[in-house]
Design a protein around this ligand. Structure first.
Ligand SMILES: Cc1ncc(COP(=O)(O)O)c(C=O)c1O
Length: 344
C-alpha cells in the first residue's frame, strides 16, 4: 500500500503555493558577493525575529550547528551536549572532523541538562585536562519527544556557563514550535545564547534552508566558514524567498500541528500497551513506548507502513511520529485506527 499518512518527520513538508510564487518572483544576485537582495532581507528579518544583531542563511541546520561549533571552540576543546543531541548523534561526528573538538555528553532529563551536571562539567580544571568551551542546548529537543526547555532551566544553565566563560549555542531547529507551544516570543527563547540556529525547512515548510544568528562579528566570521564548507550559494534568493514566507506566515499555524500531535497521543495511548515514551507531548513530536505491545517496535513500524502510515523507530521500544502541515485530524484518526488494527 502506498503511504497516505507520512509521520516520519516535519522535514517532508513541501513549499506552499505562496512560497512557490515568491520563489518565481524573487529578486536575485550573487550571494557570495553579498548581492542577493532576497537573502539579505531574509537574514535581516530573521535576526530581528530572534533578537540577535545579525544572521546568515545556510543550506542546512547541520551546517548552521557546525559553523557555530567551529567559531566558538578551538581544536582540543570539549563541547557539552546531551546524549541524544542532534550535533552529537546525527551530524556524523562533524564536530570532531571539522573542528577537532570532542563532545562531553551530559545526562539530561528529556534533553534538558541538570544544573548540577553542567556546574560540575564547567568547574575549573587543571591545565592537564581539556578545556570546556561550548555548551549546546536543543529546544525543542527532537529525540526527547519535542521537549520544550523550561525557561528557568535555560536561565540557570546560561548563568553557570557565563560565570565560567563557556559559550552557548542553541540548536533551535524547532525553536518556533517551542515559542508557539510556550507562548514565549522566539527572541526571548534565543536570548542569552551566543549563536542560534533555526530551521526554515521543517514545520515551517520551506523547501531548503536554516539561519544562524548571533553578534555581527560572529556572523561575519560565520560567512567565511560557510564558504569554507562549500555553502556559498550564489543566486540563492530563489530559496530564501520561500524562507521569508515561512517566517512571515507559517509560524502561528504550528499550533495546529501541536493539537494534532496531542490528538495522536491521546488516541495511541488508549491502545493497550502503548504509553508516552518521555511522559509529554509538548509540540509536534509524539514518541511512544511500545515495549508492552504484542509487536516489537520495528515490526509495528512495518505493519503501520503496510496500512499506509509511515513513522520511524527511534529506540529499541520507541516509535516516533511527527505532525506537520501535510496531515490533518482525519489523517491522525486514520493513523490511530491503523495502530489499533495492527496491534489486534
Ligand atoms: C534538532 C535538530 N537540529 C538540527 C537538525 C539538522 O537539520 P538539517 O536536516 O537541515 O541539517 C535537525 C534535523 O532534523 C534537528 O532535528
Amino acid at each position: 500500500m502506498s503511504t497516505t499518512v507520512d509521520l516520519r518527520s516535519d522535514t517532508i513538508t513541501e513549499p506552499t503555493d505562496e512560497m512557490r510564487l515568491a520563489m518565481a518572483e524573487a529578486r536575485l544576485g550573487d550571494d557570495v558577493y553579498g548581492e542577493d537582495p532576497t537573502v539579505t532581507v531574509l537574514e535581516e528579518e530573521c535576526a530581528a525575529l530572534l533578537g540577535h544583531p545579525a544572521a546568515l542563511f545556510v543550506p542546512t541546520g547541520t551546517m548552521g550547528n557546525q559553523i557555530a561549533i567551529h567559531l566558538l571552540t578551538r581544536p582540543g576543546d570539549e563541547v557539552l551536549i546531551e546524549g541524544s543531541g542532534h550535533s552529537y548523534d546525527w551530524e556524523l561526528s562533524g564536530m570532531a572532523v571539522i573542528s577537532g573538538v570532542q563532545p562531553r555528553v551530559l545526562v539530561g532529563d528529556c534533553g534538558v541538562f541538570e544544573a548540577e551536571g553542567v556546574a560540575r562539567a564547567v568547574a575549573e580544571r587543571p591545565a592537564i585536562r581539556s578545556r570546556v568551551s561550548l555548551l549546546i542546548a536543543e529546544n525543542t529537543h527532537n529525540m526527547a519527544g519535542g521537549k520544550v526547555w523550561p525557561r528557568a532551566a535555560t536561565l540557570e544553565i546560561q548563568r553557570i556557563c557565563r560565570d565560567r566563560g563557556v559559550a552557548l549555542h542553541l540548536d533551535g531547529a524547532r525553536l518556533f514550535n517551542a515559542a508557539v507551544a510556550s507562548g514565549t516570543p522566539a527572541a526571548e527563547l534565543a536570548a542569552g545564547f551566543d549563536t542560534v540556529m533555526v530551521s526554515l525547512s521543517k514545520g515551517l515548510s520551506a523547501p531548503v534552508g536554516s539561519i544562524l544568528a548571533g553578534a555581527a562579528d560572529v556572523i561575519t566570521e560565520a560567512r567565511r566558514t560557510r564558504k569554507l564548507l562549500g555553502g556559498g550559494m550564489r543566486q540563492v534568493g530563489v530559496v530564501a524567498a520561500a524562507g521569508r514566507v515561512a517566517l512571515g506566515s507559517m509560524i502561528e499555524r504550528l499550533a495546529e500541528d501541536h493539537s494534532n500531535a496531542r490528538r495522536l497521543a491521546d488516541g495511541l495511548t488508549e491502545i493497550d500497551g502503548i504509553e508516552l515514551a518521555y511522559g509529554h507531548v509538548d509540540t509536534n513530536i509524539v514518541a511512544v513506548d511500545v515495549g508492552a505491545c504484542r509487536l516489537p517496535a520495528d515490526q509495528l513500524v512495518v505493519e503501520l507502513g503496510a496500512r499506509g502510515v509511515a513513522c520511524l523507530q527511534t529506540g529499541p521500544t520507541v516509535v516516533r511520529m511527527v505532525t506537520h502541515r501535510g496531515v490533518d485530524a482525519d489523517d491522525i484518526d486514520a493513523a490511530v485506527a491503523a495502530a489499533r488494527e495492527a496491534l489486534g
